[in-house]
Design a binder for this molecule. Structure first.
Ligand SMILES: Cc1cc2nc3c(=O)[nH]c(=O)nc-3n(C[C@H](O)[C@H](O)[C@H](O)COP(=O)(O)O)c2cc1C
Length: 195
């Protein structure tokens, strides 16, 4: 028998991302693990879920833009640091080598192999969180993280976040090819069907 442990969100691991915004004219980043993919054909919408009154949220409201950057596992100390101190108290604009893209106000991080810039599409106001839905405008990828023009996970080495253990994890081995492995699946016949 499985144990009912109550309404415990168990969708982890999630990629641990760094979300950037310009707040009061200054770049600010925070760690965000609660992200989502809403519409993966154009226009592509991604979400970031920020607890209400986060300093970074002010910047997203001010500029209507933000970024989602993927730190590589070797960046764990800085990636965690921006997740435990607030830009309201500490200047986080110089921790990373910052650059800007098409939107000009969504700060991105050179040290991150993958950076996406987004235009604010909608804000979903929930009891404890604001969910920012952003339209993906451009993705900036370091050449060493690309393989034949595609993002290569093995090279990105993303940081994964697990709520239950409270630890960062890293990727394991690839398992099987998507959209192909199922072709080898053999449905098991029940005794009745077999008769
Ligand atoms: C691994 C990790 C994941 C986090 N995920 C979220 C999240 O999904 N939503 C959120 O509001 N805060 C999250 N936080 C907390 C914020 O990153 C943290 O409160 C940060 O200091 C806020 O920065 P700011 O005040 O400069 O906006 C996370 C922190 C860590 C370390």
């Amino acid at each position: 028998m499985h144990t009912n442990i109550g309404p415990t969100c168990a969708l982890y691991p999630m990629p641990s991302t760094l979300v950037g915004a310009t707040v009061g004219g200054r770049a600010n980043f925070l760690a965000i693990a609660h992200i989502g993919i809403l519409n993966n054909v154009a226009p592509q919408y991604l979400t970031v879920s920020l607890k209400k009154f986060r300093h970074t949220a002010k910047g997203i409201h001010q500029t209507g833009t933000f970024s989602i950057c993927l730190p590589t596992k070797s960046m764990v100390l800085a990636a965690d640091y921006v997740g435990i101190v607030s830009g309201a108290k500490v200047d986080k604009s110089r921790i990373f080598d910052v650059f800007y893209g098409e939107l000009e106000t969504a700060p991105m991080i050179r040290e991150c192999p993958v950076n996406m810039e987004l235009k604010l599409h909608q804000v979903i106001d929930l009891p404890a969180h604001e969910v920012f839905v952003g339209e993906l405008v451009a993705s900036h990828v370091a050449p060493e993280a690309l393989d034949k023009g595609k993002v290569d996970l093995e090279k990105v080495k993303p940081l994964l976040f697990d709520y239950a253990s409270g630890w960062y994890w890293s990727l394991g081995e690839p398992v099987a090819p998507c959209w192909r492995a199922g072709r080898d699946y053999q449905p098991q016949q029940t005794e009745e069907e077999g008769r």
